[in-house]
Design a protein around this ligand. Structure first.
Ligand code: URA
Length: 246
């Protein structure tokens, strides 16, 4: 263990990971449900290193311990679930295991996707990482695939890349946003800012309507084709760094 590795009482760690109250996790441990290197660990009031190496030696009910605090996930957000408590309908958090929803610090969505938008949604309990991804100063590119109600009229790529498009009710023009055209109603738009309903409002500003919207990537992190809608997975360090680049 390095001198800098933080430590935490093991019962506190399990409580923070959502396994139960301090008392409940102590009882669970006494029943032999927690193991270190395959051996029951019945007393858990001592401090342990908050390191991946240590966590990998622990199992609970025979399963690897949940990820330590500092976790970053990518979720394939399906259409119909919402990122905001203000909207009606199931929340994206309902797609995580019950226990993960009791974690402290809590796991939050990194930015938002509309209820009707699918695709890559990152989530984390790491406030510093979250702020780096959503910081307006970083201009992290986010790529959206959009299906349109009507064929393009022809000047959209030029309008979106001009840096002068002003959305209704706003005071600052949008940053240039490259448009890739696959067919007259199938496009990809890359944004480096995150205004409210930005893609839908941009197409509304050029007289069109987005019928299907899907976020394919954030920075250099692309939603993998084998991650089904509603599924998520924990990101490794390289993927976490990739999302910040791009
Ligand atoms: N732009 C939108 O209009 N909706 C989203 O969910 C994301 C970007």
């Amino acid at each position: 263990m390095s001198a800098k590795t933080p430590t935490l009482r093991l019962d506190r760690l399990l409580t923070n990971l959502g396994y139960g109250s301090r008392r409940e996790v102590q009882i669970m441990a006494r029943h032999g449900r927690l193991k270190l290197d395959g051996e029951p660990l019945r007393v858990i009031d001592h401090r342990v290193p908050l390191s991946q190496d240590f966590a990998e030696r622990l199992t609970f009910d025979g399963e690897p311990l949940d990820p330590l605090p500092g976790v970053v996930l990518m979720l394939h957000k399906p259409v119909g679930v919402t990122c905001s408590h203000k909207d009606l309908g199931p929340l994206v958090y309902s797609l995580l295991p019950d226990r993960w929803r009791r974690r402290e610090p809590a796991i939050s969505a990194i930015g938002r996707l509309d209820k009707d938008t699918s695709g890559l949604l990152m989530m984390t309990d790491d406030g510093a990482y979250l702020h780096k991804i959503i910081s307006p100063k970083r201009h992290i590119p986010k790529r959206y695939r959009a299906m349109l109600d009507r064929p393009l009229r022809g000047d959209e790529a030029q309008v979106f890349s001009s840096g002068t498009l002003m959305l209704e009710g706003e005071e600052k023009p949008l940053l240039p946003a490259p448009l890739e055209i696959f067919s007259p109603q199938d496009v990809a738009l890359t944004l480096t800012e995150g205004r409210y309903h930005q893609v839908r409002r941009m197409f509304a500003a050029v007289g069109n309507h987005v019928t299907v919207l899907h976020r394919e990537s954030v920075g250099g992190l692309t939603l993998p084709a084998d991650l089904e809608p509603g599924d998520f997975r924990v990101l490794g360090n390289e993927e976490k760094a990739a999302a910040m680049g791009g």
